[in-house]
Design a protein around this ligand. Sequence first.
Ligand code: SF4
Ligand code: MG
Length: 277
Amino acid sequence: MDTTIIPSLRAQDYLSDVKPIWCPGCGHFAVLSALAKTFAFLALPKEDVVIVSGIGCSSRLPAYIDGYGFHGLHGRALPLASGLKAARPELTVIVAGGDGDGFSIGGNHFLHACRRNMDLTYIVMDNEVYGMTKGQASPTTPPDWTRSKLTPHGTGLRRFQPPAIALAAGASFIARGFAGDPKGLTQLMTAAIRHRGFAFLQVLSPCRTFRPEQQAWKAQVHPCLLEPTHDAAHAAALIQRDDGMATGVLYAEDLPVFSPRRPAEVGLDTIEAELAA
Ligand code: SF4
Ligand code: MG
């Protein structure tokens, strides 16, 4: 019998030696800290966790975690993570990124990841702007935001509604957190990782540099008044009335999880037999 005692890890043990290059005051610092705390709380072995990201300020996150990570292509974090989960279903796979990466170029992948309902946790650090490319409007930017030289009169476009779209597309867990509420964020991350299926966590994470007015979010966020619902119609009504600042679990349901056969289980013999049948 193996009697080796594995000491439990502290939150800081999950952080790498790479110093984040985010701007001072960026909300992503709090997201990184909450994620490390969540891993420690869940006592996840480092070798069993992988963080997958796309491109953007928030997508730098895998470098700051002491563990396995994949910094992929712009908007392609979800297909990468889906492939990884298909090949290694025993791993805890976390996908991290921003609103531009996830809802614009990656928008199609977002829809299909929701409906596929693989056992993934998708954390979107939403600051309603493209931060890394110096402040252009993203899909969640308000229509009257005029500070970008590319849209000096605002976009005039309705905003992408991430929770509503996730619900319509089939996500089985939908929550919203705030970077300024680290304790609540850790609780939501814990619930999202424990949920079996595609867990979508939108984190309001202010961009200090290009959206300084988001400092006002601290006074605007409020807890979701209702208990998490398992009823999609109820969740739809809740989300339609939502002002975009309600935090908590908006929807959680036990839905069939897509878990394809591992590539190693599908040998040529199997494929030939299936084609011949
Ligand atoms: Fe954070 Fe904005 Fe700076 Fe990017 S540009 S690191 S999102 S504050
Ligand atoms: Mg952004």
